[in-house]
Design a protein around this ligand. Sequence first.
Ligand code: AMZ
Length: 269
Amino acid sequence: MRKELKDLRQALTEENALALINQQPFLSGMIIFPAIDLRGGRCVRLFQGLADQETVYHDDPAIPAAKWRDAGSEWIHVVDLDGAFSGTSVNRSAVERIVDSGLKIQVGGGIRKVEDAAALIEAGVSRVVIGTRACREPAFAGQLANRFDSQVAVGIDAKDGMVAVEGWVDLTKIRAIDLGCQVAELGIQSIIYTDISRDGAMVGPNFSAMEEMLQAVSCQVVASGGVSTIEDVRKFVLMAKEYPNLEGIIIGKALYEEAFSLPEALSIS
Ligand code: AMZ
């Protein structure tokens, strides 16, 4: 047995390892994050983030959380939409119910103070996502990164390449790429990059914008917005092989509308 292991180790030069990876055309280690967006305690989806274009999928968010867990997910991406619109965490008890599912939870929406981030991490959230305040004051993101390390990510939500904040109502003059580079330099390890016009629209992701961000920043990137077919997932898996900093993708509406199943997506990632 020892000898076989030694032979295997010797055979595994970097070149051989790359060849092995390439023989597995679809396995990349990319994380699939099923999304749960919360509004008034319920699991909803918005069309392009517009508050008046809402579809309710579940009154109790613990139901999709258990469903995604039982389907084999490791993570869930949660957005407190009321929090994002109002600037303070609102759906705290719903978040805690999702934490009870036992999955790793990434949460954004209304986290604008150090205490908000600390309280969520204390409550069992694995990673908090900071949007508005990171854009308005990038040093704040750096401060959180110093304190919470990889348990803090920055959410960059863009329309035509420019960052939108405050529930995507306020469009800034800041380029998404510039903010990405800035927060990565300040120690942020992951960026959640959303293309607003694709979000909840089932029109396919903005692959070229994602690629640009992946090339520009030194940290990991999670792609969000527009995934609508299993082919979109496959394209991201191929992209993850080219850009190892593509940490994962967020899938929302496509799963709720059953365009494909979560096990299907997990099996090719
Ligand atoms: O759909 C929306 N209008 C929306 C949304 N999904 N607005 C903000 N968000 C999400 C961002 C990020 O995860 O994608 O809320 C978070 C940012 O919240 P804040 O409060 O830090 O800007």
